[in-house]
Design a protein around this ligand. Structure first.
Ligand code: ADP
Ligand code: MG
Length: 269
């Protein structure tokens, strides 16, 4: 059952994903150093940290796309050893097939990506509707805006109704206004699907807008700095005092030396 609530007590005893002392080296570069945390079933969990601190490595380890050198990622009590349809991934750079239409790209997320049977077509159309792309089903990626491309990426990741959605800075390349719309749409989808979402970002405002909890990573080297529970009802107003206070708290935890980008707090005024 999804939580859709930021009450701290809900995180206990409801574990979906557990990272247990994971470390990952690339040669002599330490990308992750003894990282441990848990994500609750149905939680919207954000990971924030400066460039190079290991966010993508962490997400790929949860996806089963990346081996770890020590420790383990455990999902529903079972260690992750390979990718699984139960974990959908959305990438920053869309990763769409240019020769496939919107419908064709979304269909690729199904477990039978070439199948055009009525059931599969119905599912593709449901996904098109879910992400608000009706009318653009037959367009090719080059005809789409960045926001629309990312909607295709989200629909494709949702195609097999995974229990976990992993998102790596998915909205970093879209303009601020589109990003705000995508935040609202993603929160709607999350409410409907009751998925567990792990969302990586380097944008503090984005993390505080979306997250039940924010994991703050440090790049010295690839370690967990702290965790912040964002106890504000949704939808959240960026100009509200509580919102601003959480942004300041996360920024302080990150430390002023880090070059984490952040939009002006009062940009919505
Ligand atoms: P982030 O997503 O937070 O920017 P990454 O997980 O991409 O960080 O990278 C963490 C560290 O690991 C960085 O120092 C990066 O250069 C290094 N790294 C990541 N992937 C590779 C790779 N395939 N080969 C070598 N080094 C890598
Ligand atoms: Mg990254």
């Amino acid at each position: 059952m999804a939580l859709n609530s930021s009450s701290p007590s809900n995180w206990e005893g409801n574990e979906k994903i557990s990272a247990r002392n994971i470390s990952r080296f690339y040669g002599s570069t330490r990308a992750l150093a003894d990282v441990s945390f848990s994500v609750a079933d149905g939680e919207f969990f954000c990971v924030v940290g400066p460039s190079g601190c290991g966010k993508t490595t962490l997400l790929r380890a949860i996806a089963g796309l990346e081996d770890v050198d020590s420790g383990s990622v455990v999902i529903d009590g079972v260690p992750v050893t390979s990718p699984d349809l139960n974990r959908g991934m959305v990438f920053q750079e869309y990763a769409l097939f240019p020769w496939r239409t919107v419908r064709g790209n979304i269909r690729f997320g199904l477990d039978r990506p070439s199948c055009e049977c009525p059931d599969c077509e119905t599912r593709v159309q449901e996904l098109v509707d879910l992400v608000g792309l009706d009318g653009s089903e037959d367009a090719y990626p080059k005809e789409l805006s960045g926001g629309m491309k990312q909607r295709v990426g989200i629909a494709r990741a949702l195609a097999v109704d995974p229990e976990i959605l992993l998102m790596d800075e998915p909205f970093a390349s879209v303009d601020a206004r589109t990003r705000d719309r995508l935040h609202a749409e993603l929160l709607d989808i999350w409410t409907q699907t009751e998925q567990t979402i792990v969302f990586v970002t380097h944008d503090i405002n984005e993390a505080v807008t979306l997250a039940d909890r924010v994991l703050i990573m440090d790049d010295d080297p690839g370690t967990v700095q702290s965790m912040v529970t964002v106890d504000i009802d949704r939808p959240r107003q960026r100009t509200a005092q509580a919102f601003v206070e959480y942004v300041i708290q996360v920024r302080d935890e990150l430390g002023t030396s880090h070059s984490v980008t952040e939009e002006p707090l009062m940009k919505d005024i």
